[in-house]
Design a protein. Sequence first.
Length: 394
Amino acid sequence: MTLVGPRSFAILWLGVILVATLVPSEPSDEVLPILCVLCGYGGVADAVLNLGLFLPLGAALTIDGWRPVRVIALGALLSFGVESAQFFLPGRDTSLSDLLFNTLGTALGVMVACSTTLWWRPQPRLAGVVATIGPLGVGLTLGMTAVLVGPAFPQDTYYGGWTQRLGHLEWYGGRVLQAELGGLEVPPGVLGNSTEVRRRLLSDATIYVRASAGPRPARLAPLFSVHDGHQREILLLGVDGDDVVYRYRTRAIAVGLLGPEIRVRDALRGVAWRNPLNVVVRRVGASYCIRVNASEHCGLGFTAGDAWAFLLGGQRELVWLQSVLNPGWLAIVFFPIGRWTRGAWSVVAIILSLSVLWVVPPTIGLMPTPMTEFAGALAGLLVGWASWRTDGSC
């Protein structure tokens, strides 16, 4: 017996859609044409989120007995109404891309609801086969994560930035005195040695910045950055309150997704305004070490659970939820394996899947999987198994 019926869920989810799309937000410096599809920074991530936002509505209405054509038409009309209202809302952009992917998300919800006997209540033989290939799915997920966090530095003219004023970021009131990349000076302005700078970035050369500290910025502010001739961010070493943030252009960003960042919390606590500030970023195997004056923080990097940032990265509000989002992502990945567990072979598949999560990451450039993320994977398995055991139709 379900606690919330499909009709009640659809009404609740309609409220979620309206809150997610009609609440004003901070204006963006990037203004895209209305007819643009999959354009701008994070265009693909935005499309995926639009799909996911309308998919539950389409599924719930279909389960409630609505005809598919009516459901899809409602999704399209709702999206059109939302996009029209966003003309008058601060920080909201109306686009054809949102309308298309919202409607497509509704249609996918219809398909999901109409195929529950295939993926939610599969026959025992099919369930066993799907669960058996679980380790392959986990391995592919890890491999894709490792590929997407890899660097993507285009061949272009590069520009150095020292506490650069960028419209979408705060300005840092400190002063950079020196910036080096593997011993190579990186001054502000156009870099005549852009090819050598790119080569050193690709070889994970050590970044060194000597500066005078400024007041604490309320949001992320660049201390040292590198951009290319198309105004694409190649590298950014910044300050966010007491935190130090390091990020670079990844393959995820290059294909229209978002990118995770490396953050050292409270690294600047005790560093007063106008005090010396020396920051060093160096690669150590699959991890990074960031030294701030005399204090060094190692074991930083990307794990299997960081994949959620490909869709939601860069949102300051989510930084404090990372300890929940990382295990949560792995719980989602492992849930189907637990859901489709049948017989002895599926138990073997579960053991192999967890073994892949333990062994593979360090071999493909990711950090070893922390125990908290293992706990998330186990939770996903258990919830999936429990959902099957308590489903009276199975």
